[in-house]
Design a protein. Structure first.
Length: 233
């Protein structure tokens, strides 16, 4: 199925370049372009894309506010930030707004194409340093937050959540916990439902804010490959 993509960036040349790059994949279709946050909200409402590739700093309205507005009205849309700003405050603000990924524009074109496809498929894409920053931010909190949904997790589901908090993909979790990847996917789906979160990134945030992620200790778990947190929910 073709993935419909909306580009939101205030640089015309960059949008043209992104459109050309994404056009190399026959399964991706750029259905529209816009140059600021309010336009992104309007165009998303009109075009109903699968993925919005969103810049952060744009004249006339930033991408963070637009992301929150888009997802409040159209929760099925997935928004992935693509920006020059690799800053902690922007990363955390984007994830809190509901973004399903955060990448920097210095990434190779092939990785951007792969990230858009993965995002549309339900995977969460984070740049190489983003997950480490996210973890560090919540580890520094002195008081863990309470999340009642954690108490409803089975022992196996808790293990899966711990592995997710380490940034492991479904395949890596299966390898670490000796489960089939399809079984991991089932556990991940149940974890998201019990925690009441919409995606994998938010589950990782819950794990670390609750203090659970600080105790993550999956024996012999392989580290996630640089470039993303993967795995369909």
């Amino acid at each position: 199925m073709t993935v419909r993509v909306l580009l939101a960036d205030d640089h015309d040349l960059l949008r043209q370049g992104l459109a050309a790059i994404l056009g190399t994949d026959p399964d991706l279709e750029v259905v529209g372009e816009c140059a600021d946050g309010p336009s992104a909200v309007r165009r998303t409402r009109a075009l109903e894309p699968d993925v919005v590739l969103m810049d952060i700093e744009m004249p006339g309205g930033n991408g963070l506010a637009a992301t929150a507005q888009i997802l409040a009205a159209q929760p099925a849309v997935r928004v992935m930030m693509l920006t020059t700003f690799d800053l902690d405050e922007y990363v955390l603000a984007a994830l809190r707004a509901g973004a399903s990924g955060y990448l920097v524009k210095t990434m190779p074109p092939a990785k951007i194409v792969a990230a858009v496809r993965a995002c549309a498929a339900g995977e969460l894409m984070l740049g190489p340093t983003v997950l480490d920053r996210l973890v560090a931010s919540y580890v520094q909190q002195t008081e863990p937050a309470a999340f009642p949904g954690l108490d409803t997790l089975t022992a196996r589901e808790r293990e899966v959540l711990l592995a997710m908090a380490q940034g492991l993909s479904n395949a890596e979790i299966g390898q670490a916990l000796y489960m089939a990847e399809t079984t991991v996917k089932t556990h991940v789906t149940r974890v998201l439902a019990k925690l009441g979160v919409r995606d994998r990134v938010q589950a990782v945030v819950v794990a670390h804010r609750s203090g659970l992620g600080r105790r993550a200790d999956i024996p012999h778990a392989p580290r996630a490959a640089p470039g993303g947190v993967g795995g369909r929910p």
